[in-house]
Design a protein around this ligand. Structure first.
Ligand SMILES: NC(=O)c1ccc[n+]([C@@H]2O[C@H](COP(=O)([O-])OP(=O)(O)OC[C@H]3O[C@@H](n4cnc5c(N)ncnc54)[C@H](OP(=O)(O)O)[C@@H]3O)[C@@H](O)[C@H]2O)c1
Length: 255
């Protein structure tokens, strides 16, 4: 799918990575629909990119349906909104579990399903881009809901892509590693072990561009060694946990 002239709906557009994606897509001639809860940030981005603004809370079923309907009329869906920051086990409530699942897993699945159906009914081509994470491959201490939802999103993406084969609708997963300068990792307090390399929001935007234009199954936005270690973790999770204990990889002490 070409970007120039295409309509592209981006969720989580007010965040660090969403903003970088929107700036790059607008620079390449996309007509953007941007959505999130923080209206003022969306308004600033709209002034810069000419985007249409759709204020919505993805945990609200009516809001989600409005976003799904608007996405169905676009050429491309970029389901980017996400929440990290798992509460400690002591603070974990049923509500916070629902919140993580609603934003990170339920919303992208609902949006992708509506998007695909609407394109199939119209007989038009489209592209779905789901923003996953290396946390969809490797589990780390203190990130149980983030891991659960990103593992789940990857499973959905890999299956849904096969269901869509031959329909004219593509589905790609873009999986960033640790991203510096902006976004949830840059704004969080996780300190990486020495030698762990990071990428930039512009790298993630380039990954999204590749997903839209080439429909690959997965795009990893991470140094090769991070992808290798994460892939190893899928095959040998006990070994991965052992290495992390040795390296003292722990996002929080009150888990
Ligand atoms: N940054 C990284 O290092 C990194 C690494 C791997 C994967 N990722 C993934 O990349 C994506 C973007 O992350 P980011 O770093 O840009 O995070 P961020 O700066 O925290 O932005 C998160 C975005 O999600 C939106 N969002 C959160 N809850 C929402 C809700 N209930 N309804 C609607 N929108 C909601 C936020 O908008 P409002 O608050 O305005 O609603 C914001 O635009 C996420 O899926 C994340 O998991 C990030």
């Amino acid at each position: 799918m070409q970007i120039n002239g295409s309509s592209i709906l981006v969720t989580g557009a007010s965040g660090g990575l969403g903003t970088a994606m929107c700036q790059e897509l607008a620079r390449r001639g996309a007509r953007l629909v941007i959505t999130a809860r923080r209206e003022a940030l969306l308004a600033d981005l709209a002034a810069e990119t000419g985007a249409e603004v759709l204020v919505a809370d993805l945990t609200d079923r009516d809001d989600l349906l409005r976003v799904a309907e608007r996405a169905g009329a676009c050429d491309v869906l970029v389901a980017n909104a996400g929440v990290g920051n798992d509460p400690s086990l002591a603070e974990l409530t049923d509500e916070s579990i629902d919140f993580s699942i609603d934003v990170n897993l339920r919303a992208p699945i609902v949006l992708a399903t509506h998007f695909a159906r609407s394109h199939q009914q119209a007989g038009t081509e489209g592209q779905i881009v789901l923003i996953g994470s290396l946390a969809g491959l490797a589990a780390t201490p203190g990130t149980r809901m983030y891991n659960a939802t990103k593992f789940g999103l990857r499973g959905f993406a890999l299956s849904f892509r096969q269901d869509l084969e031959g329909t004219g609708v593509g589905c790609s997963l873009v999986a960033p590693g640790f991203i510096r300068d902006a976004g949830m990792f840059a704004e969080g307090d996780l300190v990486l072990p020495p030698g762990v390399r990071t990428n930039t929001p512009a790298d993630v935007a380039a990954g999204v561009v590749r997903a839209i234009t080439a429909n690959p199954m997965e795009v990893y936005v991470s140094p090769p060694e991070m992808r290798a270690v994460s892939t190893l973790a899928t095959m040998a999770p006990a070994f991965s946990a052992f290495v992390q204990r040795k390296l003292n990889v722990s996002e929080r002490t009150d888990r």
